[in-house]
Design a binder for this molecule. Structure first.
Ligand code: TIU
Length: 221
């Protein structure tokens, strides 16, 4: 079965059985106060705009039988998988690994590292723990998609120009066609969100397509 989704730069045809919905880093550390995102000086409330569209798309994707995959950015408690250049970068109020109000910043197993309750994974939905910005780097996402016969990806999450973009770029180079629903992503910098989406679909879709949750849900219905 093929469904056609209205998208830029052109309609996107997808087969739900060969498509995965990937929710990037919808974690408390980025979206709730007291986590990594806020430690970097950001207004984390800006990311909440993506939650309701993601909830609607997640429901439609589950009903249509798409593979649903969640990712979490974070590190081992001993920081052995955290590049010193990442840990030492900038002047955050709390560094990666430091104790904060939601536990140690960006550390696996801590409350802040968990996915927000609004988009919590269901039993059977893989959760990829990734140390980097892209979901392919140093993870088993690639083999997982290959074993399930996945050809196309719908990539949602936060932040648009950081982990969503990096993952879409990685996926595109690996031969996956990527569709980004604009309202299912968000950034601490609204202007970066807008231009990041334009970068995806410019030049004839140089590394992907852009649509929105309303169009996708209608197509999957
Ligand atoms: N800081 C920022 O915009 N993003 C990240 O550090 N990680 C993700 O995008 N998940």
């Amino acid at each position: 079965m093929t469904v056609i989704v209205d998208a830029l730069p052109a309609p996107f045809d997808l087969d739900p059985l060969h498509t995965a919905l990937i929710l990037i880093d919808m974690q408390r550390d980025f979206i709730e106060p007291g986590g990594f995102g806020e430690s970097l000086g950001n207004d984390v409330s800006l990311l909440r705009a993506a939650i309701a569209p993601c909830q609607r798309l997640l429901s439609a994707a589950r009903a249509a039988g798409l593979l649903v995959i969640h990712t979490r950015e974070g590190h081992r408690p001993d920081l052995s998988d955290a590049p010193p250049a990442k840990v030492q970068r900038g002047a955050p109020s709390l560094r990666i690994g430091a104790p904060g109000p939601m536990g140690r910043i960006l550390i696996r197993g801590e409350p802040g590292h968990d996915i927000i309750p609004e988009l919590y994974p269901q039993a059977g939905e893989p959760v990829i723990d990734k140390p980097g910005k892209g979901a392919f780097h140093a993870t088993d996402l690639g083999p997982m998609l290959q074993y399930r016969g996945i050809r196309d990806l719908i990539v949602c999450g936060v932040t648009t120009e950081v982990c969503v973009h990096t993952t879409v770029r990685e996926a595109n180079d690996r031969g996956y066609r990527c569709l980004v629903p604009a309202d299912c992503c968000a950034s601490y910098f609204p202007e970066f969100h807008e231009v990041a989406l334009r970068m995806v679909h410019a030049q004839g879709g140089i590394f992907g397509w852009v649509s929105d949750s309303t169009r996708l849900v209608a197509a999957l219905d």
